[in-house]
Design a protein around this ligand. Structure first.
Ligand code: NI
Length: 181
């Protein structure tokens, strides 16, 4: 396993549309190792998700995991999930606004509207398709990671740029740290 270097905005790979993964490669040792490396990288940077373009790989792959009971606003945990060729469908028109950060945009946080409830269809690390529904913060992280696969970052989704701020400044005026997808 290896910790991968995270690309920040400014590097073109973060803004490029990622390519679909050929399902035939999912079971290969190299691809499985890449998934392990993405998970290790997410853990190393204390993120709750990372997408392949963020580690300089233009493929439609993301991993996410939200630890439970970690002091992050009392959110319920989300188990480690591998998303390959994911498709997100909103299940409700309602959007919730909440704080987001991003490993590719260090030190900053901003308020971002996201669909409250979504359906995710993707392939897992065994190559098999799965479907799940997610709401709240879980749905937010999925939408954030899937945006990365289309070259989008949370800044593009913000509706009030005045809410953008440096974490260490905003923490002085709000409660708790916000995890970084
Ligand atoms: Ni991100």
């Amino acid at each position: 396993m290896a910790i991968l270097k995270v690309a920040r905005i400014g590097h073109p790979v973060v803004r490029q549309k990622a390519k679909s993964v050929d399902p035939a490669v999912i079971q290969t040792r190299d691809f499985q190792r890449f998934l392990d490396d993405m998970v290790e990288t997410m853990h190393e940077y204390d993120g709750v998700g990372v997408a392949a373009p963020q580690v300089h790989v233009g493929l439609r792959v993301a991993v996410l995991e939200v630890p439970g009971r970690d002091g992050r606003g009392g959110r319920r945990g989300v188990p480690l999930t591998v998303l390959i060729n994911p498709v997100v469908t909103p299940l409700a028109k309602k959007r919730l606004i909440d704080t987001e950060g991003c490993l590719s945009i260090p030190d900053l946080r901003g308020m971002v509207p996201r669909f409250e409830k979504i359906r995710l269809e993707a392939l897992g690390r065994d190559g098999r398709p799965y479907t799940l529904t997610a709401s709240g913060f879980h749905a937010r992280v999925i939408q954030h990671e899937c945006d990365h696969l289309d070259g989008q970052v949370y800044l593009d989704r913000m509706t009030d740029m005045k809410t953008l701020g440096f974490l260490d400044e905003t923490q002085r005026f709000s409660e708790g740290a916000v995890p970084c997808p």
